[in-house]
Write a protein that binds this ligand. Structure first.
Ligand SMILES: Nc1nc2c(ncn2[C@@H]2O[C@H](COP(=O)(O)OP(=O)(O)OP(=O)(O)O)[C@@H](O)[C@H]2O)c(=O)[nH]1
Ligand SMILES: [Mg+2]
Length: 850
């Protein structure tokens, strides 16, 4: 399997600068966040020159804003360069040209018009009352204003402290019915809409760009530009809606969101924020908001801040986040800042009960009312003592405990700048080199129940760790496997009872038939599924133990006591006959055969599980399914070792974290813990398409649909906005077999799968590719991949990467994880293209591996 990443279209040339005197249709080098946007540019003849959507030039944005905006952009390395609208033009192979983002012709026309006529427009009056727009006024709709024309020009940054922006809320009158668009008056409450942050007017997808223009202060209708936002909307500042993401390209979205967050008029009035009892000055607020890890959704209010550890909270309450430490804001922290009553102190603050609980669960000794000194990296010591007693975040489960107790955990920023860098400096040199550049790339592996996440996780351990499982782990796994085998035997014995009853029923029928015909019966009440009294007693006992849920309580004694009985049972002809019909026993997982065939050996006391046994074993990961493994990808073949890139690659550290969907809580609320991952790997079992399970409401639902639901929840989770996703379509082996006799259309979502198959197609099992005609399983798996890709693209506007996997084959999992590594690498290297809708149809070229 090779990981191919390409574009379906060709990019004509990398542009280095506009010829003198040209503005359009040339795109100009753009930097956003210091990243040059090299997607550009083809010279177009005047006849095929499209009108390009142009956002508000940054130069204008800067002129509208005071130092806070300038500083905000400086922080992102945007200043000092010629920055213009992030327009990229992509030339397709057929010569057609597409400008990313806004595709509506009228908006293109307007925006280009804006770029040409902005000076004229600047003098117009844009206060369009009650959104009474018509096409003849559209050019003015698109204007971008530095401020409201009616406001005096006196809000320079120097004056900010003296004269903060007056919180005037602009009101608008709704003309249409409730739920309709404020501009075209069409639609209802279900129509997707974008809201003005000032006056709350809502616009549908057709009107939003006309009503909001080029959004120099973010999402405000043109008439509201210059007005402060409605404070209740502060939490949504800079959070782009899906509607806007569809209408604008990625760079435009970034630019608008940046302007929304950083333009002066949208800033919080500084003296409304009190920290440790002191109202903030403008400088302090700027320091707070521009640190590497600022408080989330800062609103007017009273807060406490522990400068040493970075803990931050609302006055009188437990901490709600961990922000950058050592910021010179607010006064000294007060003892009763969080209203704690535990007589345990952290950096001079009496902590709350819930914090004390967390410390205890993290293994911190809290007896004797200690006063702790906790540093930003989580290291702690008792006041007046020199030695570090440990690390709060040292235990793997601490973060999870915090999540359950609704306590904050260090964010990715504190990880990269804070406690990780601290670890790096205290490491010895060889240790540091072993850990590459000190950064561990995190991959989160999730999936619907039974999709194969644990199998992939175990494969990663076996593939990349020299000692995949410790002695202790092996001991526990041995017990788990033995319990599993007893459970499989129990299911088999239950099946035997059913088969025996069926056979007896049939027997009785045939006997009564013989009776009526006067022939005497030849058999008693025995069938081939009947067992002797001893085994029957054992079977009854085992089934009873299973039903009472006490199966694991009989271990490890069961292995000593019952080993001879198991042997007898397994060799019994009734059990053999039952095993022959194992496909009719629904409860028996397919993996059961692997273990049952070696039941006698496995259920002995001296059994040692092999790596393969562990791989196949169910229930080996912890109950909430949270587990992680850190590794490096091994270097390639020896002849390639001279390659420095390869060497660096092999030094890079990765952490694969897996959590069972069950462990994510309602609506996946614990996903926030994973904000620092670089890639989410979502696992789907291909063979789920004709299987059913009960959903949250107890309804029997197709498992593929349940898997899709979880996928939708996770990809749209705010924590993973802009995150790359790799979809693993797992159990390809099972799928190849199943698809030959169970049509894919058994799943409603795949009802339009009607492949045209050639007569000499290879069988699904022969997917070697020698025959050019794709097999049914290949067609079907690609079809499913496209279904997910389209879904993902419609939900996030981004491209989904897909890998077809056989989870039980190490090479297949190795290839998929290496594909994940490549995606992480591209993510760091790639220019910021916004892929057009068409690109998702060519999944094979751009983002597919198998
Ligand atoms: N045939 C086949 N079986 C697989 C594959 N991957 C996993 N399995 C089996 O599918 C079953 C479920 O796999 P797990 O790895 O336990 O799945 P999971 O997502 O961890 O499931 P839960 O944690 O139980 O919700 C196990 O019996 C695996 O052996 C595969 O690629 N092919
Ligand atoms: Mg699992």
């Amino acid at each position: 399997m090779t990981a191919v990443k390409g574009m379906q279209y060709s990019i004509a040339a990398e542009y280095t600068g506009p010829p003198p005197g040209y503005d359009l249709p040339y795109a100009v080098p753009i930097t956003v966040d210091g990243i040059p946007v090299s997607a550009v540019v083809t010279e177009l003849s005047s006849s095929d020159t499209p009108s390009l959507p142009v956002s508000q030039p940054l130069s204008e944005l800067k002129s509208t804003s005071s130092s806070s905006l300038a500083m905000a952009f400086d922080r992102s390395n945007v200043s000092g360069r010629t920055t213009v609208s992030p327009t990229s033009v992509i030339a397709f192979e057929d010569g057609a040209c597409e400008s990313n983002g806004v595709s509506e012709s009228s908006s293109c026309e307007l925006s280009s018009k804006h770029s040409r006529d902005s000076s004229t427009m600047r003098n117009s009056n844009f206060e369009k009352e009650s959104f009474d727009f018509n096409d003849s006024t559209l050019s003015s709709d698109y204007a971008s204003f530095s401020k409201n024309n009616n406001e005096p020009d006196d809000s320079d940054s120097e004056n900010y402290n003296c004269k903060p922006v007056e919180p005037v809320k602009r009101e608008t009158i709704r003309k249409g019915k409730k739920g309709s668009c404020y501009r075209c008056l069409k639609g209802n409450r279900l129509t997707e809409k974008e809201t003005c942050l000032v006056c709350d007017a809502k616009f549908c997808g057709n009107c939003v760009l006309r009503a909001m223009g080029s959004m120099p202060e973010g999402r405000k209708c043109v008439g509201c530009i210059g007005y402060p936002i409605n404070e209740s909307k502060r939490g949504s500042l800079g959070k782009c809606s899906r509607l806007l993401k569809r209408l604008l390209n990625r760079l435009e979205v970034r630019q608008v969101m940046k302007a929304e967050r950083f333009c002066e008029v949208n800033q919080l009035p500084p003296d409304c924020v009190c920290v440790n009892g002191n109202p903030l000055s403008f400088e302090e607020l700027v320091t707070l908001q521009n640190c590497s890890n600022p408080p989330n959704k800062l609103k007017p209010g009273n807060y406490w801040y522990d400068k040493v550890s970075g803990f931050w909270g609302k006055e009188g309450q437990k901490p709600c986040s961990i922000i950058s430490p050592h910021l010179n804001v607010g006064g000294p922290i007060k003892q009763d800042a969080s209203n704690g009553n535990t007589q345990v102190f952290i950096n001079g603050r009496e902590i709350t009960k819930v914090e004390l609980r967390m410390l205890q669960l993290a293994g911190v000794q809290c007896a004797g009312n200690p006063h702790f000194w906790v540093n930003e990296d989580g290291s702690y010591q008792e006041e007046g003592q020199k030695n570090t007693r440990g690390y709060i975040w040292g235990k793997a489960g601490t973060k999870l405990v915090c999540a359950f107790l609704s306590l904050p955990v260090p964010s990715r920023y504190s990880t990269s700048c804070g406690f990780l860098s601290c670890n790096v400096v205290t490491r010895t040199a060889p240790d540091y080199i072993e850990h590459g550049n000190g950064i561990v790339h995190k991959l989160l592996l999730v999936g619907y129940s039974g999709s194969g996440t644990s199998t992939i996780f175990k494969q990663a351990k076996i593939l990349y760790k020299s000692t995949p499982f410790s002695e202790d782990e092996r001991g526990n796994i041995k017990l788990t496997i033995q319990i599993n085998v007893y459970a499989y035997l129990g299911i088999l014995l239950e099946g035997r009872e059913r088969f025996e009853e069926e056979s007896l029923g049939n027997l009785k029928k045939s006997q009564s038939l013989l009776h009526t015909t006067g022939t005497s019966p030849k058999h008693g009440d025995k069938t081939i599924y009947s067992i002797g009294t001893r085994l029957k007693a054992f079977s009854d006992w085992l089934l009873k133990t299973m039903v009472s849920g006490k199966l694991d309580a009989i271990f490890p004694a069961a292995t000593r006591e019952y080993a001879p009985l198991i042997e007898e049972l397994w060799n019994d002809s009734a059990i053999k006959a039952t095993y022959e019909r194992r496909n009719e026993i629904e409860m028996l997982p397919s993996v059961a055969s692997y273990f049952l065939e070696r039941a006698v050996q496995i259920l002995r006391t001296d059994y040692e599980p092999s790596d393969l046994d562990i791989l196949y074993a169910e229930g080996v990961t912890s109950s909430n399914g949270l587990a992680s493994v850190e590794f490096s990808f091994p270097q390639s073949a020896p002849e390639e070792t001279g390659d420095t890139a390869d060497l660096l690659d092999s030094l890079a550290r990765y952490e694969l974290i897996t959590i069972h969907a069950r462990g994510l809580g309602d609506n996946c609320k614990w996903l926030e813990m994973f904000e620092d991952v670089g890639l989410v790997i979502f696992c789907v079992s291909l063979s789920d398409y004709n299987q059913f399970s009960t959903d949250g409401n107890g309804r029997l639902t197709n498992k593929m649909i349940l898997s899709r639901k979880l996928f939708e929840t996770i990809v749209t989770h705010p924590t993973f906005e802009q995150m790359d996703f790799l979809l693993i379509l797992n159990k390809m082996d099972e799928f190849e077999e199943k698809i030959e006799h169970a049509p894919l259309t058994q799943c409603d979502w795949f009802s339009d799968f009607h492949p045209v198959l050639s007569h000499n197609r290879p069988s699904s099992n022969n997917s070697s590719g020698i025959n050019n005609n794709p097999s049914l399983s290949q067609l079907a798996s690609h079809y499913i991949a496209v279904k997910f890709k389209r879904l993902y693209s419609s939900l996030t506007g981004q491209t989904l990467y897909v890998s077809l996997v056989k989870g039980l084959e190490p090479d297949s999992v190795d290839a998929a994880l290496k594909y994940g590594k490549e995606i992480l690498k591209w993510n760091n290297e790639k220019p910021n293209f916004s892929l057009s809708d068409d690109s998702m149809h060519s999944i094979e070229a751009s983002s597919f591996s198998h």
